[in-house]
Design a protein around this ligand. Structure first.
Ligand code: UT7
Length: 331
């Protein structure tokens, strides 16, 4: 069975409105010094009235252009999100309609901040079944739609945005930005799910007509605990994927971790002995955009010329569930 899969057309889109730490100081009991020293975040982009599919649409248009594909060439759409426009229809169906695509499978995957890496593996599976596939994978989040701006422990952390790419069983020979997906590794542990939640509105915490949304409708997190698990899990899965590919951290040319907190990224890189010049960081500009964080960072790195032909790139993410995953891409 042919099982080579390729990835191309990296793009991202963030809404125009910028929310700085100084803006947040006016909304909640916080300050720029605390936010920068504890997280590295200086600003984040937030929607005005756009939904998940609007951000995704913009990223997808750029991805199609960068991969020299027409909407009609796409065979599947996968959206990674925990903030879709609606429960039904799913975000992928709304995105396909905006792109003018009909009659192909369209599905959402929710693995919180790890959603993009989960999406890569699902797309890879489709490409093994149907090597001619051209899977449009977009991670899009309006995290601020689930943020309680009265809760300072979460309000300062998140931003909105989308990142997209195309995955195929056929190589993108004509495309300078194309990579080969060398390996993907995914994990989850539901026993730790209570440490990072958005419970309200689910069937276990149903909406009651006329009832006001309470704290349960927004992101709630045991920050310190999540921090520890994030570092440990991303370190372990990174080492596992390196080991099973018979390589060491030194062989990685660019390390693109989930952009949640600069201190998490630095602890992770230090524990893995990856030098600073090989780590890509943009959390200072965008905050934590959940599933969109890794594809935004990947596209941003590519646009800045940090992803060069011949490079081996390691992506790693961690999020609610808990879920975590890593992907190795050979450019
Ligand atoms: O994307 C999914 C994965 N998510 C993550 O990876 C996030 C993981 N966690 C973190 O990044 C960090 O734990 C946080 C940034 C959320 C918090 O940083 P921390 O160093 O763990 O701070 P803390 O929660 O232990 O709080 C320290 C102090 C507390 O005050 P006291 O009890 O020491 O007096 C908090 O009340 O900082 C206070 N605090 C704040 N102060 C000013 C908490 N949030 C704020 C704030 N501004 N926004």
């Amino acid at each position: 069975m042919k099982n080579s899969t390729y990835i191309a057309g990296f793009s991202f889109y963030v809404p125009d409105t910028i929310l700085t730490n100084q803006d947040l100081e006016k909304k909640v009991d916080t300050n720029d010094e605390w936010i920068v020293s504890r997280t590295g975040i200086r600003q984040r982009h937030i929607v005005n009235s756009q939904a998940c599919s609007d951000l995704a649409y913009e990223a997808c248009l750029k991805t199609l252009e960068r991969s020299s594909l027409m909407p009609g060439d796409i065979t599947h759409i996968i959206t990674a999100t925990f903030t879709p426009d609606a429960y039904v229809p799913n975000a992928a169906c709304i995105i396909m309609e905006k792109l003018g695509i009909r009659g192909i499978p369209a599905l959402d995957v929710n693995a919180a901040c790890t959603g993009f890496i989960y999406g890569i593996e699902l797309a890879r599976g489709l490409c093994v079944l149907w090597p001619g596939s051209k899977v449009l994978l977009v991670a899009s989040e309006v995290v601020t739609s689930r943020i309680n701006f009265k809760d300072r422990s979460t309000a300062v952390l998140f931003g909105d945005g989308a990142g997209a790419c195309v995955i195929s069983g056929e190589s993108f020979d004509h495309n300078a930005s194309a990579g080969y997906i060398r390996d993907v590794l995914l994990k989850a542990d539901g026993s730790l799910g209570g440490l990072l939640t958005v419970k309200g509105g689910g069937s276990a915490y149903p909406l009651v007509p006329g009832q006001k949304a309470d704290d349960d409708f927004f992101v709630q997190m045991e920050g310190r605990e999540v921090f520890k698990h994030a570092v440990r899990s991303m370190k372990n899965i990174s080492q596992d994927i390196l080991e099973r590919n018979n390589i060491v951290a030194e062989d990685i040319d660019l390390f693109i971790p989930h952009q949640a907190n600069i201190r998490i990224i630095e602890s992770l890189a230090k524990s893995m002995l990856i030098s600073n010049d090989k780590i890509f960081v943009n959390v200072q500009e965008y905050g934590n955009t959940s599933a969109a964080s890794v594809p935004i960072a990947l596209a941003d790195a590519w646009e800045k010329g940090r992803v060069k032909p011949g490079y081996l790139v390691l992506l790693v993410a961690f999020g609610g569930g808990f879920t975590w995953g890593a992907a190795l891409i050979q450019f």
